[in-house]
Design a protein around this ligand. Structure first.
Ligand SMILES: Cc1cc2nc3c(=O)[nH]c(=O)nc-3n(C[C@H](O)[C@H](O)[C@H](O)COP(=O)(O)OP(=O)(O)OC[C@H]3O[C@@H](n4cnc5c(N)ncnc54)[C@H](O)[C@@H]3O)c2cc1C
Length: 459
């Protein structure tokens, strides 16, 4: 990095908030994916003014800028693929206001998801998206990735809760989007455009979120199936039964084997397991929903259905689901967790199709799913030191993406495009859509300094 740029950065953030030390560059070279590339420098930012001055400087010198929250991206989104400056947003971690009457929380982007949950709990409110990384991932990262979670079927994703943003654009100018109202149709919806844009259009420095009153009652059950398609069909029947469960999680036979090998759970070796949870403001309302779930499970030949009679029993039923990712990492040297979503009516076909792909390439693909919204995480387990297996992993991933698209699905339900799926964008989007996306990127960021190389935008 040119000395003048380094000196200017130090002047903007203070020398103590600037680093180009090798150890820091190595830390910032990766996220939770398999991608790596070192930046040239990193800065810890504390204010919108600093972000604005840095972007102005970077734009003038055409240096890449990579906004970063907690670095938990699973698709290489936070990796500085072309070097440049990492903008570490974590010091901007204040909850600026909570207004329960207005159902609003205004936060800085470095606030961790759980930090907001803790702040809302005394009011009996919550912020629903609930990504599994919520203990560490930041709200800025959640906005930039449109994070979702286990409760997505009922409560939607981050995008459903972002009302307004303050964003610094590539030239350093500051844009306000949206409003603090529950409804607004005033002008183009820039807020939605920035949500899920993976740091490629601007740097989010303030977020206004809608929050919800927290349900008071839950009911939990677990069911096993000896036929994969029947588990998928049970999901379809639950989703058309007139209720929406807040959780509808799925584990396949390979997941169950992995859990039995590494966790002391003694699970029955069946083809599939579903975990369902309903919620509401009274126990009666919650039980009404659970009765519909149980009926659909029975209609589709569940072998066994276990209902939790207490919070402790519910916790027991959750154990398999909560232990699964740790168990999967112990199956082989490497695991790549994919993330596709299909329409709910196609879940059964997708599950059966993944098994066919697994046989075709002779690689295990244990699959976890948030089936209430059709979101599947097929995990490709392999030995990264074996070139033949590595080559087959690519082919498996390609076939999974193609199948999801053929079934009317999408490349990613929550992990984003980043670097991992940039090369697959044309499978899902037609030439026109890709051209408009590239044009938008060029309009917001003519010098391509904001997180370049992500999302397959350079067409
Ligand atoms: C164990 C584990 C479980 C996970 N579970 C889920 C899950 O259930 N659901 C889910 O959706 N994801 C999940 N993820 C993925 C990841 O946690 C989410 O994508 C999360 O939203 C990323 O937040 P972060 O703060 O770590 O952002 P980072 O990884 O630091 O950044 C992600 C992207 O956001 C951009 N960005 C960050 N801050 C800003 C900002 N202020 N302005 C503009 N752009 C910004 C970055 O440039 C990058 O493109 C999981 C990851 C792990 C490791």
């Amino acid at each position: 990095m040119e000395l003048t740029i380094k000196q200017s950065l130090q002047k903007i953030v203070g020398p103590e908030n600037f680093t180009d030390a090798l150890i820091d560059m190595i830390s910032y070279s990766s996220d939770a994916s398999e991608h790596h590339h070192r930046p040239d420098a990193a800065v810890w930012v504390e204010s919108v003014e600093q972000v604005s001055a840095i972007l102005k400087l970077a734009n003038e010198h055409k240096v890449p800028v990579i906004p970063r929250g907690a670095g938990t991206s699973l698709s290489g989104m936070a990796v500085p693929e072309r070097g440049g400056i990492v903008l570490d947003m974590s010091p901007m971690n204040k909850i600026l206001s909570v207004s329960i009457e207005d159902r609003l929380a205004v936060v800085q982007p470095g606030v961790v998801y759980d930090q907001l949950e803790k702040a809302l709990a005394p009011y009996g409110f919550f912020f629903p998206p609930d990504p599994a990384s919520g203990k560490v991932s930041t709200l800025g990262g959640n906005v930039a990735t449109n994070a979702g979670g286990l409760k997505g079927a009922k409560y939607g994703t981050t995008s459903d809760y972002v009302l307004a943003l303050k964003v610094v654009l590539a030239d350093g100018s500051i844009l306000r989007t949206g409003s603090k109202c529950m409804k607004s149709v005033s002008g183009y919806d820039f807020t939605k455009l920035f949500v899920g844009s993976e740091g490629t259009l601007g740097v989010v420095t303030e977020i206004t979120l809608k929050v919800n009153p927290k349900p008071l009652a839950t009911a939990t059950c677990q069911a096993t199936f000896d036929d994969l398609a029947q588990a998928g069909n049970a999901v379809s029947e639950i989703m058309r039964s007139g209720i929406i469960p807040r959780v509808l999680e799925f584990l396949d036979d390979q997941c169950i084997l992995a859990l039995n090998q590494s966790a002391d759970l003694n699970l029955p070796e069946v083809a599939a397991m579903l975990l369902a949870e309903t919620d509401g403001y009274t126990q009666e309302e919650t039980e009404y929903q659970m009765a519909k779930v149980v009926k659909a499970l029975k209609n589709n030949n569940a072998i066994a259905i276990a209902r939790a009679a207490s919070a402790e029993e519910a916790e027991e039923l959750w154990k398999a689901r909560k232990s699964i990712y740790a168990a999967l990492t112990r199956l082989n040297y490497n695991i790549t967790i994919e993330d596709v979503t299909v329409p709910i009516s196609k879940v059964a076909q997708m599950l059966v199709g993944i098994k066919t792909i697994s046989k075709r390439y002779n690689l295990p693909i244990p699959t976890v799913g948030h089936l209430g919204d059709g979101n599947l995480h097929p995990g490709i387990s392999f030995d990264g030191t074996n070139p033949d297996e590595v080559e087959r992993v690519e082919k498996v991933a390609t076939d999974i993406f193609k199948l999801a698209i053929e079934l009317g699905g999408t490349l990613t339900g929550e992990h984003g495009i980043g670097l991992g799926k940039a090369g697959y964008m044309s499978l899902e989007h037609d030439v026109q859509a890709l051209r408009v996306m590239s044009n938008l990127k060029r309009m917001f960021d003519p010098n391509n300094i904001l997180n370049p190389g992500k999302m397959g935008l350079e067409v």
